[in-house]
Structure formats: C-alpha cells, structure tokens
Design a protein around this ligand. Structure first.
Ligand code: ATP
Ligand code: ZN
Length: 294
C-alpha cells in the first residue's frame, strides 16, 4: 500500500516499520531511540501489565518488573493475564507473555515487595544499574495500588534523582490519573497531600462497609494508555508531557494541572533536589542534569 512506497525501511509485513512510519512522517524524529531505553514498572496489576504490553509492542529496550503477587482467577476482569497463568507470579507470567510478543526486549523480573528493607535495597540497586549499559534506568512507572509502595518509590527516586510517573484508578473505578515527577522541578509525592481522584464516591464509606473495591478493564486500560503515552512523549521528546492528567469517566473530563514542588517538603532529598534545580536554572550548571529539567 501507500506506506510500503514511503521508504525502504517502512514495509507492511514488519511490525516495527509501522512504528518507524512515525519517524518518516516527521512526528517522532528519533523513534528508533526507543530501543535504548530501560524502564522499571512497579505493580503488574490492571495498569502495569497493560503498560508493559504497550511498551513491549513499541519496542522498548528493557523492562524491569516488580510485583509481589501471583496471578489469580479473580484478576480475569482485567486485561492481559490468562486463566492458565493462575498461580504464577505476576512478574514471571508477564515476562513470559511479553518475551513471546517481542523477543528483542530484555526483561528482569522480581517477585517481591519493594517496601521491605532488603527488597528496597535491591529496588534502589536496579534503579541505579538497570539501564541497558549498566547505568540508571531511564524512567520508573508506578502502577501500584497503595500509599506505602508509592512512598517507597518516591523516596528512592528523590534520593537517586530519577524521573518517575505515577498512576492510579479510584476505588469506584470511575476515575484515574497520571502524574509526572521530575525531582527538583515538579512536586514529589510527599510535597502535596495526595490528590483526590474520586468521582464523588465516598471512599470512607466503602472502607467502613468493607466492600470490595470496584475495577473495570476500561478505566484501567485508559489510564495505562495515558501513562505510556506520557512516557513515550517524555523519552522520545515529542508533544507536551502532562504533569498531572486526570480522567473522570462519569463526566468525560480530563483535568490537567501543573504541580510545583513544596519548599517545606518533608523529604530532605526533595528539598535538596529543588535547590540543585534552582541553581541549574540560574547558572545552567549542575553535577547531574535531568532530562525533564528544560
Ligand atoms: P485488587 O487490589 O483490586 O484486588 P490488585 O492487587 O491486582 O487488585 P491493581 O491495582 O490491579 O491491584 O494492581 C496493583 C499491583 O501492584 C498489584 O499487582 C500488587 O501486587 C502490586 N503491588 C502493590 N504494592 C506493591 C509493593 N509494595 N511491591 C510490589 N508490588 C506491589
Ligand atoms: Zn517533595
């Protein structure tokens, strides 16, 4: 067809050439750079597993997967995992499926809780050395469902000055959000009280009555798509990377905000990063300049 005439690198039978068409069309000038990037995904649930599949199909260089849970039949209302994988760790099941989809992607999988002491050390080590060349990973994606895990990711990324993106879906499954966290330039997870992302549903009531949280593959799929779109824009430098983007399914509303860091943040590494960033803005100099600072 039309695409196969555009250039020799763009052929209909090679899935990669359909991605490279983004380059031929001048939309993403450096698309092939995607193979150089390494991403950590924490949480291989309803959002993380779908995000991992999207990145795998986009041709990411390396994925490091963290999750302490196993696949259960109760997860089949989400996308990605299959009934025959029940009982496997989510990380191994995901690596197995994803490696079959794209054998060029490198995988590491860790079936553990990142918040315990030993595992947190390993998590920090993989952030520092999980890149394709043994250097730091390019991005950490948070796809967890609890505050403690988000705080652990925040502490690690503030200490190591690594950019991350956070995601979540509300307990009533009717809204979600993504957030971009650039140490020093944007608010960290401790800078602000957590943003409420519900659609007016009373979460306290839900907890009190011990009702099972709702979940929809639709909302989780939308949020996974927003998250990976933002990750691609950040890594490949096209379009505007969202600082905070919400999704309200009831109202078809996508609020966006800019999030400034809090100079009184309780995380001392965040405060240090803010000072380094301010200094960099004044002098153009810093020991380490983060992609996302300009
Ligand atoms: P639900 O809670 O609705 O039954 P879920 O636990 O699969 O489902 P999701 O929101 O789909 O929740 O996914 C979140 C994922 O993050 C889960 O797979 C969970 O195991 C993982 N996770 C949460 N906290 C941690 C942690 N501290 N370390 C590693 N993985 C975590
Ligand atoms: Zn902070």
């Amino acid at each position: 067809g039309k695409i196969s005439q555009m250039s020799s690198e763009v052929r209909d039978d090679n899935p990669y050439s359909r991605l490279m068409a983004l380059k031929s069309m001048g939309i993403v000038k450096n698309y092939e750079d995607i193979r150089k990037f390494s991403i950590i995904i924490v949480g291989m649930g309803g959002i993380g597993s779908v995000a991992g599949e999207m990145l795998t199909r986009c041709g990411i260089g390396k994925l490091l997967l963290f999750d302490y849970d196993t696949v259960e039949i109760a997860n089949m209302n989400r996308l990605f995992f299959r009934p025959e994988q029940a009982g496997m760790s989510k990380t191994d099941a995901a690596a197995q499926t994803l490696a079959a989809i794209n054998p060029d992607v490198q995988f590491e999988s860790f079936c553990h809780n990142i918040t315990t002491n030993d595992n947190f050390e390993n998590f920090m080590d993989r952030i520092k050395h999980g890149g394709l060349n043994g250097g730091p990973v390019d991005l950490v994606l948070s796809c967890v469902d609890n505050f403690a895990a988000r705080m652990a990711i925040n502490a690690a990324c503030n200490e190591l000055q690594v950019v991350w993106m956070e995601s979540g879906v509300s307990e009533d499954a009717m809204s979600g959000h993504i957030q971009w966290l650039v140490p020093g330039r944007l608010a960290c997870f401790r800078c602000l009280p957590p943003l409420v992302t519900t659609s007016g549903f009373d979460e306290k009531k839900l907890k009190r009555e011990n009702v099972c949280a709702a979940s929809l593959p639709t909302t989780m799929g939308v949020v996974a798509g927003l998250l990976v779109q933002n990750a691609l824009k950040y890594l490949l430098e096209f379009g505007e990377v969202a600082e905070y983007l919400g999704y309200n399914a009831f109202k078809n509303f996508f609020p966006t905000y800019g999030l400034h860091p809090n100079p009184q943040c309780e995380d001392s590494n965040c405060v240090r990063n803010q000072k380094v960033f301010q200094e960099y803005k004044k002098s153009g100099k810093a020991d380490k300049v983060l992609k996302g600072w300009d």
